[in-house]
Design a protein around this ligand. Structure first.
Ligand code: TH1
Length: 832
């Protein structure tokens, strides 16, 4: 090989400060096309990202090659959402070259923070479900598991939220505007995906009845690959996202008619498939474009999975031994019908064999019991958009219902509940039932949620298939959510217990002893204070509000949703405000209420709650009579990047959903790991957090899921009575309803007051108010004793090890996927 090329190759991979610096300058000039004097911060971000990407490519290829050579069983995580956030710090940290990069930039007169801040936040998800998928990718790569993510490369991620006059306004999130240095376009990896058309019946070569899908519209799915850098940089996995492209022969007929512009219009329309992420979290839209998105990425992914399998195999019976496909909620559940179609129609398998293979390959994760989030597509829509799939779904259903005991026993009510088709009103396909039936394992995301699944949505299925439902309590990656987001605390932890916790979070339990060490407590507080200063500066920048660093940072960050009960927090805020005004001589513990979260654009009640928080903030923050003892801030545009600043600074973590309604929660885990004490209900994973951190180190309040269920069933709940008997609640509600926070429009909050009173208070805000205030008060009193507070905060951090997504993914790997680590061979090339 030519010596010049060889030396450049090595330089491309060098990890020392000099090598990085030279590589930055080369990338800046030859790929970004800028002179160092003219380069903007964004130019430098692209430069550094491209240079870092260089350093993962060899190992990425080694990883892929190792999987191929070992014909390893792979797991495919199909998800309509991947909430990745920024990747530069993540890549540098997982490669172990953070400091080298900082120094290289320093020598160029640049600050690492400035370069990092120029990266857009990849928001290809709504909230917990999408972020979980991103944490799983990190955990799979960090544990050498052969895992692939499959999803959609949305041109527009989750909308950007701004407040205009206190109201949420949505703007398009153009994360790809200046290009994406992390992705590799794969124009040669292209699969056709069909829609509409009709089904033709014919006789196959042996005279059997067979079907083909004809006269369909075609769209192409084109792959974009992003390397997923595991901790330590040994394993680099792949996230493959599909983008819609029109076929070249798209509607050729129109050209013949001379209707050129019409054909181009069609092309543009077909490429809308991957244009935008639906902004609904745990609610369903029922829109045709959404169904098409679901089928588009699922079909392309399955074609890709089968292509990869067929490189090594000539028949399909081994597919379940070589591929595990995990459905992230029902969004890709149409894949069950699609795999049946591919096996039966295209590869001529017998139905029963195809069904056995399909069921053994798929597994399904349920993330919510909320009825409004359970997907149920109108039969007429599926018939039109995916006619062959509708036939297949009918066939699956008929075979299943024929075999159930219910039929034999003539239990028609049970049969109709088990059916894939909901016959009440407009006929619909229950995607949860399809996912359950087509999977060998079905899991919930916390112990409580899984039990409730067995008792509610899937009670009948659980009776039919008692071994199918299992629990996999969610987890979070300690790399992003402690090491990277909280360097102050991470470094402190590492000085005491070494760095083993980063890849084995159970080791963080070694900190338990340190809770009684007065010096450690002081240092722990110092780290928290540093993070609080960082957040205070961020708050000032974003809202103009000055907050006291020594106040309790009481944080509720999550999507705006009635069941998450931001309203409960607001009512407590108003009650506290009144108490402070009534008792100005008391020495109050200063409180800063921090809110952040987006509302779905069509969710009017959630948007009204946003306006209420902003209105309350305006009144409270400018009232001199509370002497800065209370501040309320609602930070705009909550996303992964904002979370990384807010979470490490929290003292108190609000996890206050109506019991039984939050499947798991994962923000609760991030906050507790970063040393916040939780104030929460016995909902979702809070139940398990209490078990791990100890009931004395968490503030639990409110009704249990069972009590909620009983109270609702009794029909006897009357919020008016509760309000009348609680003066502080009554006063807070009266202020809202009489316009104390909306003098410009006194009726503005009528819908909120209505929902909490005559509306019946479905989320039981009023029912839990008194006990919530009691728990809040206990938290404020404890905060006065900084030593005791810190001791409990340390015990939270120390006892959260189990909530690592490494543990979660390990359980999936063992109990659902049967996949094993494959350690890539880096002998051929590479460094270190
Ligand atoms: C969330 C759940 O609400 C949350 O409790 C859980 O921790 C998280 O998933 C991860 O398991 C869900 N997000 C969505 C988003 C959509 C539909 C259903 C759910 S459930 C679009």
């Amino acid at each position: 090989m030519d010596a010049r090329f060889k030396s450049r190759d090595i330089e491309r991979r060098s990890l020392d400060v000099d090598g990085l610096k030279r590589s930055f300058l080369e990338w800046l000039v030859y790929s970004v096309g800028k002179d160092a004097r003219a380069a903007t911060r964004r130019d430098w971000f692209h430069t550094v990202a491209l240079a870092v990407r260089d350093r993962v490519v060899d190992r990425w290829m080694d990883t892929t090659r190792s999987y191929y050579q070992e014909d390893a069983k792979r797991v495919y995580y199909l998800s309509l959402e991947f909430l990745i956030g920024r990747l530069l710090t993540n890549s540098l940290s997982n490669l172990g070259i953070m400091e080298e990069c900082r120094q290289a930039l320093d020598r160029l007169g640049l600050s690492m923070e400035d370069v990092v801040d120029a990266e857009p936040d990849a928001a290809l998800g709504n909230g917990g479900l999408g972020r979980l998928a991103a944490c799983f990718l990190d955990s799979m790569a960090s544990q050498a598991l052969p895992g692939y993510g499959y999803g959609i490369r949305y041109e527009f991620g989750l909308f950007e939220q701004r407040f205009e006059n206190g109201w949420q306004v949505e703007y398009p999130e153009q994360w790809l505007q200046f290009g994406n240095p992390w992705e590799f376009a794969r124009p040669e990896v292209l699969y056709p995906v069909q829609f509409y058309g009709r089904v033709e019946e014919f006789r196959d070569s042996v005279g059997e009845r067979a079907y083909r899908w004809v006269d369909a519209d075609r769209v192409l799915a084109m792959a974009y690959d992003t390397p997923v850098v595991g901790y330590g940089g040994e394993t680099i996995n792949t996230l493959r996202l599909w983008s819609a492209r029109a076929t070249r022969d798209f509607n050729f007929g129109h050209f013949n008619d001379g209707a050129y512009m019409k054909a181009v219009e069609q092309k543009i329309l077909s490429e809308n498939l991957s244009r935008v992420l639906y902004p609904n979290d745990a609610t369903e839209t029922g829109k045709e474009l959404r169904l098409k998105q679901e089928y588009f990425f699922t079909s392309a992914s399955l074609q890709d999975i089968l292509r990869r399998y067929l490189q090594h195999h000539s028949s399909f019976e081994n597919l379940p031994n070589k591929a595990a496909i995990q459905l992230n909620d029902t969004h890709p559940a149409i894949g069950i019908a699609e795999l049946m179609r591919l096996l039966v129609d295209q590869h001529a398998l017998r139905w029963d064999d195809a069904w056995e293979i399909t069921r053994a390959t798929f597994a399904y994760t349920n993330h919510t019991l909320l009825p409004e989030a359970l997907e149920a597509w109108p039969v007429r829509m599926i018939e039109r958009v995916l006619p062959r799939h509708m036939q297949i779904i009918y066939e699956i259903n008929a075979k299943f219902l024929n075999r159930t005991k219910a039929r034999a026993e003539g239990d028609n009510a049970r049969l109709s509940r088990l059916s894939l088709i909901d016959e009440r009103g407009e006929r619909r396909v229950r995607m949860g039932n399809l996912a359950f039936l087509g999977s060998h394992k079905v899991n919930g995301v916390s112990a409580l949620h899984t039990e409730l699944m067995k008792q509610t949505v899937f009670a009948d299925f659980h009776e039919e298939f008692p071994d199918r439902i299992n629990n996999k309590t969610n987890g979070i990656t300690p790399r992003r959510w402690l090491k990277q987001a909280n360097p102050a605390l991470s470094e402190l932890i590492t000085t005491r217990i070494g760095e083993g916790w980063i890849s084995d979070l159970s080791q963080i339990a070694a900190l338990r002893d340190k809770a009684d060490d007065v010096v450690f407590r002081e240092e722990f507080r110092r780290a928290k204070r540093k993070n609080k200063k960082r957040l205070a500066a961020y708050i000032a920048r974003q809202t103009g509000e000055e907050v006291l660093v020594d106040s309790i940072f009481d944080v509720q960050v999550k999507r705006m949703h009635e069941y998450k009960r931001q309203l409960l927090n607001v009512l407590h805020t108003i009650a506290l405000y009144n108490e402070m005004r009534d008792n100005p001589t008391v020495s109050w513990v200063p409180v800063t209420k921090v809110f952040a979260g987006k509302a779905a654009p069509s969710y009017h009640m959630a948007k009204l709650i946003i306006k209420l928080i902003n209105d309350v903030a305006k009144v409270v923050n400018h009232d001199p009579s509370v002497h800065d003892n209370l501040k309320v801030v609602l930070l705009p545009n909550y996303n992964v990047t904002a979370a990384e600043i807010i979470i490490p600074a929290a003292d108190l973590s609000e996890q206050i959903s109506t019991a039984g309604m939050e499947a798991s929660g994962t923000g609760n885990m991030k906050l507790a790991l970063n040393g916040a004490l939780t104030i929460g209900t016995l909902d979702g994973a809070n139940v398990e957090i209490r078990e791990h951190v100890g009931p004395e180190n968490i503030f639990i309040f409110g009704m249990t899921a069972e009590e909620v269920n009983d109270l609702r069933a009794s029909g006897g709940f009357n919020p008016r009575e509760v309000i009348a008997s609680n003066p502080s609640l009554k006063r807070a509600l009266d202020m809202i309803s009489t316009g104390a926070f909306s003098p410009d429009d006194r009726n503005r909050y009528h819908p909120i007051v209505q929902a909490l009173t005559d509306g019946g208070d479905h989320f039981l805000v009023t029912a839990d108010f008194a006990d919530y205030c009691r728990a809040q008060d206990a938290a404020m009193q404890l905060y006065r004793d900084q030593e005791e507070w810190t001791r409990k905060a340390i015990l939270n951090t120390a006892n959260m090890g189990w909530f690592s997504s490494d543990r979660t993914v390990g359980e999936y790997a063992k109990e659902i996927w049967d996949v094993h680590p494959v350690h890539p061979n880096h002998d051929g090339e590479g460094f270190r």
